[in-house]
Design a binder for this molecule. Sequence first.
Ligand SMILES: [Zn+2]
Length: 77
Amino acid sequence: MIASARWWYTTPVSTDESEQRCHACGEAIQGEAPGRGLLLWVRGDEVLREEPPLCQRCALAVSMAALSRWEIEEEEG
Ligand SMILES: [Zn+2]
């Protein structure tokens, strides 16, 4: 089983698919990202949308911030 051992040896350690980092704090994310942010870029008439991966802590922080923003809007309205 030398061939399979060699396969393991030559498996890429990091690719864009397998290694993600939290957009906010740079923490390495294992597997599927627990959360994603939402960024909208306006460039002329074009709107570019990006959903960067976030770690669990930052995903929670972003969702809490979104909730508190809603609360403020409710108070004003
Ligand atoms: Zn993070």
